[in-house]
Write a protein of this length. Structure first.
Length: 329
């Protein structure tokens, strides 16, 4: 068995190879079928128009060989990159903000210590690429600069695109457009969305919302990393990538779909909790095991389990939650 997965991550000591093999042999059949369909759709040219068919294809998963391209196109990153030739390299050549550079350097060794491609000894060592992308982004978006969590996201983008400039523009798509205000110093968007999740749980899984309230557990305690890291290091790599496929196309409501599915699916298990630490522990447990490893069936569930979830509903909740947070401010 391979101790290192295809993305360079070392598998944990207690990794269940048997059930993973069983899942992957089934999933490989799906991947092969999808790859043929995608090749037909793209017909050797790299343009793709948003359509119901494309949305359906993306929900069923983008084959890894097309992932970077599709993410670039559907997120608008491709257009931005083409409209700003040389911009990324100019950012890297310009004067640097010392404080920003220091903050990024500090986080370099903390980024994916379990990934062989990010080790100092790796050749090429992706730490250098990661450093460039984050420094360029911090200077491009001064309102955000650099914030912990961005290193993991940029790292994943680099693993998939294998391209520094594309990773920069995808990071820009996520932070600048797809995720509203998650990484700004006040993190208002992030705090808002955690509250929105709480409201959605009240509507869709009221017993869990009631339990949280009874024991005084704030949502931010159990889900903030889900939002900040977009499920990196929370869910298995394949599953995270499948979630991101949809995130780049459909936007931030995908995060709510995933969170609600995890909570709804494990409602009975969560409700066994009898105290504060117990609840926190249950939330750690529900992101492990076969339910999340089987990324194909998991992705089908996120579009059925939570029921209807319109952007209008989310935006309405965002407005009220943001108001509330600001008035508490």
């Amino acid at each position: 068995f391979c101790r290192v997965d295809p993305y360079g991550f070392e598998r944990p000591e207690d990794f269940d190879y048997a059930s993973y093999e069983a899942f992957f042999s089934r999933y490989l059949v799906v991947l092969t079928r999808r790859a043929i369909k995608w090749s037909k759709l793209l017909k050797g040219n790299n343009s793709i128009q948003k359509s119901l068919k494309v949305k359906r294809y993306i929900r069923k998963g983008i084959p890894n060989e097309h992932r970077a391209l599709i993410w670039m196109v559907v997120s608008g990153a491709q257009t931005n990159m083409e409209q700003n030739p040389g911009y990324y390299h100019r950012l890297l050549e310009a004067e640097k903000n010392d404080k920003l550079v220091e903050a990024i350097k500090t986080d370099m060794n903390r980024t994916f210590p379990d990934n062989v491609k990010f080790r100092k000894t790796a050749d090429p060592c992706l730490q250098h690429t990661l450093y460039n992308v984050l420094v360029a982004y911090g200077h491009h978006n001064k309102a955000v600069g650099y914030c912990q969590g961005m290193n993991f996201i940029a790292g994943y983008l680099i693993l998939i695109t294998k391209n520094e400039e594309e990773s920069f523009w995808l990071l820009d798509a996520l932070i600048g457009r797809i995720l509203p205000d998650y990484y700004s110093p006040a993190m208002l968007g992030l705090k808002t969305d955690q509250e929105v999740l709480g409201e959605l749980v009240k509507m869709k899984v009221p017993a869990v919302a009631e339990l949280m309230e009874r024991h005084g557990v704030m949502w931010t305690l159990v889900v903030s990393r889900w939002f900040i890291c977009l499920f990196i290091d929370i869910l298995p790599v394949e599953t995270v990538l499948r979630i991101w496929d949809c995130l780049f196309y459909e936007g931030s409501k995908i995060i709510f779909r995933v969170a609600l599915t995890l909570i709804k699916q494990h409602q009975a298990f969560i409700l066994e909790a009898t105290n504060f630490p117990d609840i926190c522990d249950k939330f750690k447990q529900i992101t492990k095991g076969t339910f999340v490893t089987e990324c194909h069936s998991f992705m089908q569930k996120i579009f059925t389990d939570p029921g209807s979830l319109s952007m209008a509903t989310i935006n309405k909740l965002r407005d009220t939650c943001r108001e509330k947070l600001l008035s508490q401010g």
